[in-house]
Design a protein around this ligand. Structure first.
Ligand code: NAI
Ligand SMILES: Nc1nc(O)c(N)c(N[C@@H]2O[C@H](COP(=O)(O)O)[C@@H](O)[C@H]2O)n1
Length: 218
């Protein structure tokens, strides 16, 4: 029998004050060396998962480019199926396997739009995508490891529902501030520190002025 969920790693580059983007959406906080590290990690996982806002803001490729290796499957959480036809994700879906996870609220128009591309559409959840059920479906497809690359709203869903196993955070030498700048974990947050998952610091790696922290859940 397949496991109920793949092994999930949450990954991000944050400023010293825990932001993953400025209020205007600038999010490229990694150094060249850190990007190479990230791409090596990408080449070792079965899939990368991000939220719709990250696609909207960054127009990412989510491929392996700074090292040699295979591209993981790309998974986008997009309840209403609103990502643009011109996004790099949809435009490159012929070459790179792509899954768009939507919920039952998706309109026929948006579903038809997605079906114009060679992507797999997984429908789960009433309003937003039901992550637990999605992970089960992905596990059934033999996806064993997923790198969750944000943003903050998606990260919170994985933390809140205790659906992650490991964290790899690069602390970049920047101070961003701003109430509207996105943090590594968004959402409602925990009211008591006792609700926070217990984390063990597995390793640290210094890349000049960047610090890579690797935690696992206890
Ligand atoms: N520095 C870094 O490492 C990274 C920075 N970013 C930045 O994060 C920002 C985007 O973060 P957020 O606005 O928090 O959005 P997000 O990228 O986490 O996307 C959230 C959206 O995903 C969709 N979604 C569907 N089902 C969902 C579910 N079950 N749970 C959560 N979301 C679901 C919803 O439309 C929701 O609004 C961008 O500015 C991006 O540049 C993103 C990734 C990494
Ligand atoms: N680890 C990490 N460091 C950063 O500095 C980042 N900006 C991100 N962001 C994630 O990577 C996506 C961009 O991927 P491509 O370079 O287009 O392949 C971005 O959308 C975030 O998910 N991560």
């Amino acid at each position: 029998m397949e496991k109920s969920k793949p092994y999930v790693i949450l990954s991000a580059a944050t400023s010293i004050d825990g932001k993953i983007a400025t209020s205007t959406g600038f999010s490229n906080l990694s150094s060249k060396q850190d990007s190479i590290r990230l791409h090596k990690l990408r080449s070792k996982v079965d899939a990368i998962l991000v939220g719709k806002n990250t696609v909207l803001r960054d127009n990412p490729m989510l491929t392996v480019r700074h090292t040699k290796g295979k591209n993981p499957i790309r998974i986008i959480l997009d309840s209403e199926g609103t990502i643009s036809k011109t996004s790099k994700i949809l435009q490159t879906s012929k070459k790179i396997p792509t899954i768009i996870a939507v919920s039952k609220i998706i309109s026929k128009t948006n579903l038809n739009k997605l079906h114009q591309f060679p992507v797999e559409v997984i429908i789960t959840g009433k309003k937003s995508v039901n992550i637990k059920s999605l992970l089960k479906k992905l596990s059934d497809k033999k996806i064993k490891t997923i790198l969750v690359e944000g943003g903050g709203t998606v990260n919170w869903e994985f933390v809140k529902n205790n659906l992650f196993d490991e964290l790899i955070i690069t602390i970049s030498p920047f101070l961003i501030g701003g109430n509207d700048a996105i943090s590594f974990i968004q959402g409602k947050g925990f009211e008591k520190i006792s609700k926070s998952p217990n984390l063990r610091l597995k390793s640290t790696k210094r890349l000049k002025n960047h610090l890579v922290l690797n935690y696992e859940k206890v």
